[in-house]
Design a protein around this ligand. Structure first.
Ligand code: UDB
Ligand code: ZN
Length: 180
């Protein structure tokens, strides 16, 4: 079972590296890692399990965060209407997105970051994502709102990008290069 001690923290080089595409069909080991990531999110959202193992309540996780430089993400998140969006995706790719941007009020945090970093993180309001699930089936998912933000945050981890790299901070040092 994955716990917080498996989570790589800020400063670990794997969090700033590009993750590798997964050769398909995925190996049984790769599929199991994806299921373990999904189970971590479920466990972390279960009040009793979270308390027992001191888990932060996670809504998404990317393989580099557990030390695996491969393109896999898991999300397990409920939107404002109470609909559950639960996916494990290999080689996720945003194939289209809105021009409109959105951001979380109160900014973003990260399981790999043990401090608060204030500031709005611009994200596409709507995305379409393609990839392959843990069963090896192709998936194509349209998302908006919080689930869309989570998927963008997780795909950024596969590209070595942290949420604070996208904060537009005009006062300190001009716009972040990622927003230009
Ligand atoms: C999270 N959770 O899981 F807007 F009901 C964060 C942590 C780091 C605070 C645990 C979170 O933002 N929960 C949340 C947000 C809402 C409404 C709500 C619950 N992550 C996952 C992560 O670090 N993955 O790499 C950070 C999120 C920030 C934006 C999307 C992912
Ligand atoms: Zn994160």
């Amino acid at each position: 079972m994955l716990t917080m001690k498996d989570i790589r923290r800020e400063g670990d080089p794997i969090l700033t590296e590009q993750a590798m595409e997964i050769d398909l069909p995925a190996t049984e080991e790769e599929k199991q890692i994806l299921r373990d990531m999904q189970q971590f999110l479920i466990n972390s959202q279960d009040p009793e399990t979270a308390l027992e193992y001191e888990l932060r309540s996670g809504i998404g996780i990317a393989a580099p965060q557990i030390g695996i430089g491969k393109r896999m993400i898991a999300v397990h998140v409920t939107d404002h209407k109470g609909t559950l969006y639960s996916y494990g995706i290999m080689n996720p790719k945003i194939i289209s997105h809105s021009v409109e941007k959105t951001f979380l009020d109160g900014g973003e945090g990260c399981l790999s970051v043990d401090r608060e970093v204030p500031g709005a993180v611009p994200r596409f309001a709507r995305i379409t994502v393609k990839g392959t699930n843990a069963e090896g089936e192709p998936v194509k998912i349209r998302l908006k709102g919080l689930p869309a933000i989570v998927v963008q945050h997780e795909i950024d981890h596969l590209d070595g990008i942290m949420f604070y790299d996208r904060i537009d901070n005009e006062e300190a040092s001009g716009l972040s290069p990622l927003n230009r």
